[in-house]
Design a protein. Structure first.
Length: 378
């Protein structure tokens, strides 16, 4: 029994330690601040822009930056060690590669000795008898090739002249015959075409007259049949009035439905539990804005439009919000040149606990559940 009780105590201590660790992690997540830094810059003259963002929570840090002409660069560090993306490992040069590239001293000395031992070559070497015979053969071959080329060129010229004479004579004979045949064919074809056209015109006129007369007769018969079947008694002169009544009734139904929705919404906001949830929501939103609001901020904006009147108009509209940005943002209008450039630096921290705990209490409360069910009915 004593051993069993000891085991139970050990298990209980382990479970308590695990629960303590979970609670510690939750407390750290809720009450440890998220520190953030933001920096952005834009220059109109060069068109350069850049932005840096970093978020730090306890020993974890996330960084990201972007600039003109470069891709988004980001990194995740834990305890100052970059985990993602992993850095490429630098390959160290081994001693073997260095030794391979370096030439040993012994080989260099051997090459120098061999070069000194070789006799100097004569400036003009005497040609061998075999080489002389090869040179004579090459000269004979070149002469024969030149003569053969000249003979071929002469033969080609003679043949081309004869062929041109034959072609010219053949073309003249063929053209004379073709003209005679074309003239005779044209006369015969024109006579036949005129006869055919005259006959076709006569036939078409007769057919068109017959078709028109038949169509007119058919239309008259159909109109008479319709009048006999329907009669003048079926024509309703009050049809447009009925359509207007239908349109007015549909508009009235829509207005009635809209008024019902408005009354439901008014009742929804008049309920006490909805008012409580709205008040709690406003408080949570105010806390969120306070926590997100930067603690340190500074910046400047230099702008100018093509028309000085437009720059003055924008400056007047921005002056309405001067109490919000007046302490940390400098606005420099330019009434002469068209430009826009600026710089912005923000630092702050966010606490999740003051926002998450009241939010959970509100969501788990009865008032929120009742408001949700009533909102779904509307």
């Amino acid at each position: 029994m004593a051993i069993f009780l000891m085991i139970l105590k050990i298990i209980g201590i382990i479970l308590l330690c695990i629960l303590g660790l979970i609670l510690l992690i939750l407390l750290l997540v809720l009450f440890a601040p998220f520190h953030y830094k933001m920096a952005a810059e834009y220059v109109d003259e060069s068109g350069d822009y850049g932005a840096d963002v970093s978020v730090r929570w306890l020993f974890i840090k996330l960084m990201a930056d972007i600039a003109k002409g470069q891709k988004l660069d980001y990194a995740l560090k834990i305890f100052g060690i970059q985990i993602y993306p992993k850095k490429p490992k630098k390959r160290k040069e081994t001693d073997k590669k260095q030794r391979e590239n370096v030439i040993p001293e012994e080989s260099q000395s051997d090459e120098i000795i061999i070069a000194e031992a070789l006799p100097e070559a004569d400036e003009k070497e005497k040609p061998l008898p075999e080489e002389k015979g090869i040179e004579v053969k090459d000269a004979d071959n070149e002469v024969l090739k030149e003569k053969a080329n000249e003979f071929k060129d002469a033969e080609k010229e003679e043949l081309s002249e004869k062929a041109l004479d034959v072609k010219n004579t053949d073309k003249k004979v063929i053209s004379d015959k073709a003209l005679d045949v074309k003239n005779t064919d044209k006369k015969v074809i024109s006579d036949k075409a005129l006869e055919v056209k005259d006959t076709e015109k006569k036939v078409l006129k007769k057919n068109a007259f017959d078709i028109k007369s038949t169509k007119l007769r058919e239309n008259k018969t159909t109109a008479d049949e319709v009048v006999k079947k329907k009669g003048f008694s079926e024509i309703d002169p009050g049809a447009p009035v009925d359509k207007l009544d239908e349109i007015i009734n549909s508009i009235a139904d829509k207005m009635h439905k809209a008024s019902k929705k408005v009354s439901h919404i008014e009742q929804f906001f008049d309920k006490p539990y909805t008012q409580k949830t709205i008040k709690r929501g406003k408080k949570i939103l105010a806390r969120l804005l306070k926590s997100v609001k930067p603690k340190k901020s500074r910046g400047w904006v230099h702008y100018g439009l093509s028309n000085p009147a437009d720059t003055g108009m924008i400056l007047g509209k921005m002056s309405m919000f001067f109490p919000i940005y007046g302490k940390w943002l400098q606005v420099q209008p330019d009434f002469e040149y068209q430009t826009i450039e600026g710089n912005l630096n923000l630092k702050g921290r966010i606490y999740l606990g003051p926002i998450a705990i009241p939010g959970l209490i509100m969501v788990l409360g009865k008032d929120f559940k009742k408001t949700k069910s009533l909102a779904e009915k509307i």
